[in-house]
Design a binder for this molecule. Structure first.
Ligand SMILES: [Zn+2]
Length: 550
């Protein structure tokens, strides 16, 4: 027997076989039963959730010899021709390959002729958002006054790209992504039917990688079967799917705990060398973080982890090393990267930058400690102001002590220049810096990414000082054309050409607020304490949106 891919072999031929779209099936059923079928439908939803399948089912339901009927017989000539894609009255057009006006003109010319045998002419236009604007406009005219026996069914994965004028003339249905369980059940049924032996964990991994798409999951299953034969070996599933095993994820998080940037980048390059997909790896990391978070905050993590308890001990140990807000920050960094990687032509670089950012995550200060600190700064007694900070040392261990400035410059010891207060408040600094960063990105695209990966350590009327975590990014920024572009952005935002741009190497930064905040008071405290106090002050200002006066 000829091999047929699962997605085609298992394509539902009846509405009752369609998985996960009950709300749509019910509405269509009723419409057909009550003879109230619309002239145009728009099916939207992610790939592989049944849009084209539903379109064909509707075509059959309308044209079945026993119909129109909500349950086409699938036996008559009409049903068979539609199923095999050879009916002359049911036409499928792939918008992705027919985005020209000519194809739509042909279609519209043909619409004028009556059907050859069927009751209804059905035009199924897949990926309709790919049609060109003139093609859309031509379609629109037809949609305004459609011939009576014509039904349009548009399908799209990108609803947002469909013009309002089309939307308003269609009955719209949103197809839901399928749940893991729905996909698992279907994969299981396929395996049972075909005599494939597969363990539940492998089924789960395949379903998970299908990410809500039945077609993708089925095609992954096909790949696994092609690789393993009838007995599926769980290890092989991991290598076929490009899933990185739990052990690899655990050691990656170990690397984050140790702030081992070089080791992490090495691990990323190993993932790539093994032909594994970085997008999947990123998604797995996000899920791993979610598990860490569950273990961290939930009393009964076992129940919530739904059976994935084999690594519970490791999870517990790692969860203990992070503050909840650190896990949140890491989650956000990776989620952002995952989204951007899909759109980027340089996913690896984006991911590496995100990984570097992971090593720079530090716990936010406890709010009450901040309030306490502010209260004491408002207090008049200099002795009190210089008192060491209570509590910070034990309740919130400082993961990374702020190091000495990477390249101390004589400037720090010069008398403080009275600077424009509008520039020197940290909150304004941040806004100004945001503006500069986006202006630089607009002038020269990669600059946005480079500047994401550095820290602003000073911004005042005289200078702008940036500290870089990694040599690569700093090297890129030091290139003349990049520096020029940055200068241009600075000039554009700050309206002056006089500002010096200083690039530095360093893990964390000397504090931007440092000079304005700490200089006026007596320099009794050690430099280190002052840096961490300034850090707290900056966090407080961020939290409360205030600025330093005086
Ligand atoms: Zn039939």
């Amino acid at each position: 027997m000829e091999f047929q891919v699962s997605a085609r072999k298992w394509r539902p031929q009846k509405f009752s076989e369609l998985i996960g779209q009950e709300h749509i099936v019910r509405t269509l059923h009723n419409a057909i039963g009550m003879d109230r079928v619309a002239h145009a439908y728009l099916f939207s939803g992610t790939r592989g959730v049944g849009k084209t399948t539903t379109a064909r089912l509707l075509a059959k339901a309308l044209n079945c010899a026993e119909g129109p009927t909500p349950e086409p017989c699938d036996q008559c000539d009409f049903c068979k021709e539609i199923r095999d894609g050879i009916s002359v009255d049911v036409m499928e057009i792939d918008g992705a390959s027919n985005n020209g006006i000519n194809e739509v003109r042909d279609l519209i010319d043909n619409i004028q002729y009556s059907t050859s045998a069927c009751r209804f002419k059905v035009y199924i236009i897949d990926e309709v958002h790919m049609l060109s604007k003139p093609a859309f406009n031509a379609l629109l005219k037809t949609l305004e006054e459609p011939p009576p026996q014509v039904v349009f069914i548009f399908a799209t994965t990108e609803l947002i790209k469909i013009p309002e004028t089309i939307l308003s003339r269609c009955q719209c249905f949103e197809f839901k992504p399928l749940t893991h369980q729905q996909i698992i059940n279907q994969l299981k049924a396929i395996c049972e039917n075909d005599g494939i032996q597969i363990d539940p964990h492998s089924l789960e991994e395949i379903a998970k990688n299908g990410a809500g798409s039945m077609r993708d999951a089925q095609s992954l299953l096909d790949q696994v079967i092609a690789f393993c034969g009838k007995e599926i070996d769980p290890g092989a599933v991991e290598s076929v799917l490009g899933i990185v095993g739990q052990n690899a994820l655990a050691s990656f998080i170990d690397g984050v705990m140790q702030k081992d940037a070089a080791g992490l980048l090495q691990q990323v390059s190993e993932v790539i060398a093994h032909g594994k997909d970085l997008g999947y790896f990123c998604r797995d990391l996000i899920e791993y973080l979610r598990n860490l978070m569950l273990v961290k905050v939930a009393g009964d993590a076992e129940a919530l982890l739904s059976g994935q308890t084999t690594h519970l001990d490791t999870l517990k140990k790692q969860a203990a090393a992070f503050q909840p807000d650190e896990l949140q920050q890491m989650f956000q960094i990776l989620s952002k990267a995952e989204m951007e990687m899909k759109r980027s032509s340089l996913p690896q670089i984006l991911f590496e930058m995100a990984v570097l950012r992971l090593t720079d995550v530090r716990p936010l200060q406890e709010i009450d400690a901040l309030i306490d600190k502010i209260n004491r700064m408002e207090g008049p007694s200099p002795a009190e102001t210089n008192a060491p900070l209570p509590a910070r040392g034990h309740t919130q261990p400082v993961r990374k002590a702020a190091p000495e400035p990477a390249q101390p410059t004589p400037k720090r010891d010069e008398p403080v220049q009275p600077t424009d207060p509008a520039v020197s408040s940290p909150a304004t600094e941040n806004t100004t810096w945001e503006k500069i960063r986006s202006a630089a990105g607009a002038i020269k695209r990669p600059l946005g990414t480079y500047l994401d990966n550095c820290r602003l350590t000073a911004l005042n009327a005289q200078e702008i000082r940036l500290s870089f975590i990694d040599q690569f990014t700093m090297g890129q920024m030091e290139k003349e054309e990049n520096l020029e572009a940055l200068k241009e952005a600075v000039t554009e935002v700050c309206g002056t050409k006089e500002m010096k741009i200083i690039l530095q190497r360093g893990q964390t930064a000397p504090d931007p607020a440092g000079e304005t905040v700490s200089e006026p008071k007596p320099k009794a405290s050690s430099k280190k304490t002052s840096a961490s106090e300034d850090e707290i002050m900056r966090d407080a200002l961020d939290v409360f949106g205030g600025k330093v006066i005086g």
